[in-house]
Write a protein that binds this ligand. Structure first.
Ligand code: GLC
Length: 674
């Protein structure tokens, strides 16, 4: 049951397409304190709190304070409160069981037992919101109802389930050719190469550097013949430069965000001074979306939208003030007080929340200050693209994922988990974030495998890939200046080929699971507690995940480990894939086990009476035989799998012809397909 309560003058975020009528009576569970702009809930000692999408820390969010404040912060550490997305949905599971969604575009915080151990406090910046309280049979049911409310998640083209190689620093056609050549030569499967800002002409959106990519359309064709899709980045800031058509047209039509006095708001990002298209203004959004045509026309079928929190290096105004203030430090003896205020001054230039108060949007016909709708910017940039694709290439599925997001954006694209580091702790963070993101509708997601910032190591990359083969977005991405981390830079070529090859064997299953999760508002990745609610130990496990109804994953996420402890809530079949091609299957009883996982092995667990389709290795998605997969099964009596299969490019998602059944009975050697 979903109850909606409206407070103040709601700013329509469009997170929800059809709002239910307002509920009558008092809000259940929560104490509403309008004067303090807060909602309170007294948690039981053992209550768990799930959700909040893209954020730090655990699957159970208890014991910290989180903020919904889309932010460009590459330091994903435990002391932080916010990342790039704002996903205001959580579920309390304990003495009471209910979901809460705060549909509110401004900045808010969720104090989940941080100030007081047993108190959940939601604090808003102003008092205008739609509050949803959802109850149901169990946690999965609550999440399903929420997902139905926010609408169907985005569906990418099939090739986007292949392996992607990315690096900030591929500067030319030849750099890209080299990446492809090395993968093909070593028979390491690959479906896409990402183009970071280096492909543009001086970081100008919707341009291509003519010197380094002299014939872009031709090059796209050349890549496509090798089954490679190029995926260019698009940034939120449009370079301020006379003669650059996107800038000039945006200025002429008044489509950029403005300051209070109506003059353009100038902030710097990669290209230096830039302007932000007013993504919240329908007309400007349409105009920005139309710009993607330039790349679609050249054969591009996928994009990633970046810097759309929006990230700000500095604003023209703040830079001027800081420069002036710095002058006053000249010649002074900087001591304890002055030295830090001096260095802070320069640091205060970037992503300063005060700058969000300096510009305005035209939002549903009203002038609204940015900070009040801050969390909607990335959403609407991606919506601009998604709506444009529907207009410009309605017959096609286009790959789209974004860095910043708000619930609602999940209908237009996926997200990647931003600028993580090559740290083992960030592999674990990647694992923990998957279910929370799924709860909020973000199914097409994954982290930068191997880590974006800092230098990776071969073992970290192997372990990260061994988890990444299960995430819908599987992309190796790294920052300029870090150790090169394409898999061919390392020694264990066999191991990499084996692990990435396994991804391709699993794609029929993963794609099928993805589609069913989307079409039925299910989570593809779930914490153990969601499926084994009466198992008190399962509720404690945060480093294992359920995938679909069939698998349990228990990734290794620590260095120099030859295995790990795994908890089995019930009897399961362990399946081990080794580099030499052997597949070991072994039934393990419920309980605790130490499972050996050598560096290039992949291990997962099959639940009883379940099976998954399992294809042969392919070098790219086009080569996968989806029609005649083999199976991996744990049959006690009979295992059946509902296999979703379409051609991966058309949009008749619901066609019953896409649903098949594969069944295997005890004693049978080959399955029956219906
Ligand atoms: C941002 C993105 C990162 C990208 C870089 C350069 O940091 O998050 O993925 O490589 O910008 O464009």
């Amino acid at each position: 049951m979903i109850r909606r309560y409206e407070f103040g003058k709601v700013l329509e975020t469009e997170a929800i397409l059809e709002k239910p009528e307002q509920a009558e009576g008092a809000v259940p569970y929560l104490q509403v304190d309008e004067a303090k702009r807060s909602l309170l809930y007294e948690m039981g000692e053992k209550d768990r709190v799930y959700g909040l999408g893209e954020n730090l820390r655990g699957i159970n969010k208890r014991g910290w304070i989180y903020e919904s404040r889309c932010t460009d912060d590459p330091e994903h550490m435990e002391d932080k409160r916010a990342l790039y997305g704002a996903h205001n949905f959580l579920v309390v599971d304990g003495q009471d069981q209910f979901g809460v969604f705060i549909d509110y575009p401004g900045i808010l915080s969720f104090d989940v037992g941080y100030t007081r151990c047993n108190q959940l406090k939601i604090q808003l910046s102003d008092w205008n919101m739609d509050l949803y309280v959802i109850t149901g049979e169990n946690v999965r049911d609550i999440v399903r109802q929420f997902r139905r409310l926010i609408g169907r998640s985005y569906i990418p083209p099939l090739w986007a389930f292949g392996y992607g190689q990315s690096r900030w620093g591929y500067k030319s056609e030849d750099d890209v050719r080299e990446v492809v050549r090395r993968h093909r030569e070593l028979q390491i499967p690959l479906d896409s190469v990402y183009l970071d800002i280096d492909y543009m002409e001086r970081y100008k959106d919707f341009t291509v550097n003519q010197e380094t990519f002299p014939d872009f359309a031709d090059f796209c064709g050349e890549m496509k013949r090798q089954h490679i899709h190029l995926v260019p980045i698009i940034d939120a800031g449009v370079k301020q430069e006379e003669g650059y058509p996107v800038y000039e047209e945006g200025m002429e039509k008044g489509y950029f965000c403005k300051k209070e006095d109506g003059s353009p708001f100038v902030a710097a990002v990669w290209p230096g001074k830039a302007l932000f298209p007013d993504m919240l203004n329908e007309e400007a959004r349409r105009w920005f979306g139309n710009q993607y045509q330039f790349l679609l026309d050249q054969g591009i079928e996928g994009f990633w939208n970046d810097m759309n929190e929006p990230a700000i290096f500095y604003t023209e105004d703040r830079l001027r003030q800081v420069m002036e203030e710095l002058e006053s430090y000249k010649g002074r003896n900087l001591d304890l007080d002055t030295f830090f205020s001096f260095t802070n001054l320069v640091q205060s230039l970037s992503n300063n929340t005060e700058d969000y108060k300096e510009f305005y949007h035209e939002f549903h016909g009203e002038k609204v200050r940015h900070d009040r709708v801050h969390n909607l910017f990335g959403f609407n940039m991606t919506r601009a693209a998604g709506e444009a694709f529907e207009r410009l290439v309605p017959e096609k599925r286009i790959l789209m994922f974004s860095r910043s997001s708000y619930i609602g954006m999940h209908r237009y694209g996926g997200i990647w988990q931003g600028d993580n580091r090559s740290w083992w702790s960030h592999l674990l963070l990647n694992i923990k974030m998957m279910p929370s993101l799924n709860m909020c509708g973000f199914l097409y997601t994954g982290a930068d495998l191997g880590g974006f910032g800092a230098d990776t190591t071969e073992d970290l990359l192997l372990r990260w890939l061994a988890f990444g083969i299960f995430t819908p977005l599987m992309r190796n991405h790294s920052a300029m200046g870090t150790r090169e981390q394409e898999v061919y830079r390392f020694e264990k070529t066999e191991g990499f080929r084996h692990i990435i090859g396994l991804r391709y064997r699993l794609i029929p299953y993963l794609y099928s699971e993805y589609m069913k999760a989307v079409l039925r508002d299910e989570m593809m990745f779930r914490p153990l507690a969601f499926d084994y609610p009466s198992d008190a130990y399962a509720a404690q496990v945060e480093d294992q995940l359920l995938l679909g109804e069939e698998l349990m994953l228990a990734p290794v996420y620590e260095q120099n480990k030859e295995g790990r402890y795994v908890y089995l809530p019930e009897e399961m079949k362990m399946v081990r894939f080794s580099e030499d091609g052997t597949v070991e299957e072994k039934i393990l009883p419920a309980g605790h086990h130490y499972v050996k996982v050598p560096l290039t092995d992949v291990v997962f667990f099959l639940r009883p009476n379940r099976l998954i389709p399992f294809a042969d290795v392919a070098q790219n998605v086009d080569e996968i035989d989806f029609e005649h997969p083999g199976v991996l099964a744990f049959v006690r009596e009979e295992a059946c799998y509902e296999y979703y299969r379409d051609n991966g490019y058309e949009k008749d998602y619901e066609n019953p012809a896409h649903f098949h059944r594969i069944c295997l009975k005890k004693g049978e050697s080959s399955p029956t397909v219906f």
